[in-house]
Design a protein around this ligand. Structure first.
Ligand code: SIN
Length: 303
């Protein structure tokens, strides 16, 4: 019998597979399809202080082996997440959930994190400093080490739960940003968010997305994500969550060998709502084939 358990910032997971924020709603939507308690955990949709309708449409464009999104942090706002979404989730999910928090100012990150920290079902707080689809927020905090450090420190001062900073690949040196987060007291980092991209409509001779640019995700970005996980693992001592184009149990193992303690699955959920279930069910067979007894033992094993 192989062992798929890992520990993420002191909290045990039955397996390292985590649906990524923005691809799994608030979880209960997927519970209509399968028992979501088989997941390691999942990260819910990025939550801001105010409700947001997101960017104008079109906000999705297909690309070879991937997609661009410019959703723009559509979410019902933190009050509704606490009063409506989490109670609905509690009925179908018995595990700690990862709360994904966004903001447009340091003060908003702090306020949102302080509030979500008080929610019993929240296990980890994933702080999104990497959304490429909004102005004056999101990615602007995650592309400069000093801002990343400041947000991390400010959020850590008002929280008791593990704080995971979600990093942008749209930087020259992602390891420098990761190190700044570690210095600010982060308990972990997750990477990568999407890569900024563009597609044009040839007939209209205009951008396809109303927001002009969007974030690229899907299998096309996997080697870039893997390279960045590798670099960050070598730069910091805190746990790394790997994400970006993961679609199979083999990809999960590759991410872990590069240094990931846990692995998020994003765009694959939009292609197939059962993607995470399939990956989790495939893991023991693939581990046996590769002579892996315990996933925890292979973290960073390729270095
Ligand atoms: C979005 O809502 O625009 C996507 C979230 C993100 O990329 O951080």
């Amino acid at each position: 019998m192989v062992n798929t358990c890992v520990t993420l910032c002191g909290i045990p997971l039955d397996n390292p597979v985590i649906p990524a924020s923005g691809t799994f709603g608030f979880g209960y939507e997927f519970a209509e399809w399968y028992d979501i308690n088989l997941l390691g955990t999942f990260s819910f949709k990025g939550t801001t202080r105010e409700p947001r309708y997101g960017n104008p449409t079109p906000r999705i464009a297909e690309t070879p082996s991937g997609m661009l999104n410019s959703v723009g942090l559509q979410n019902p706002g933190i009050d509704a997440v606490i009063s409506e979404e989490l109670p609905k989730l509690r009925r179908v999910f018995r595990k700690p959930v990862m709360a994904n928090i966004s903001g447009f100012s340091e003060e908003e990150y702090v306020a949102n994190c302080a509030r979500i920290d008080g929610q019993e079902q929240v296990g980890w707080i994933e702080v999104n400093i990497s959304c490429p689809n909004v102005h004056n927020g999101g990615m602007s905090f995650g592309t400069d080490p000093a801002s990343a450090l400041a947000v991390t420190k400010a959020v850590k001062a008002v929280t008791t739960k593990p704080v995971i900073m979600k990093l942008s690949p749209n930087v020259t040196d992602i390891a420098a940003i990761a190190k700044a987060c570690e210095e600010g007291g982060a308990d972990g980092v997750s990477l990568i968010n999407t890569l900024m991209g563009l597609r044009l409509d040839l007939k209209k001779r205009r951008p396809i997305l109303a927001n002009v640019t969007g974030g690229l995700s899907g299998p096309a970005v996997f080697p870039i994500a893997l390279r960045m996980v590798w670099q960050v693992y070598e730069a910091v001592s805190i746990p790394v969550i790997g994400l970006g184009g993961v679609t199979s149990a083999e990809d999960v193992i590759e991410m872990m060998l590069a240094g990931a303690t846990a692995v998020q699955v994003g765009a694959a959920n939009l292609v197939d709502p059962f993607a995470c279930k399939t990956i989790i069910e495939d893991l023991p067979r693939v581990m046996e084939k590769l002579h892996i007894n315990s996933l925890e033992e292979i973290i960073g094993g390729a270095h």
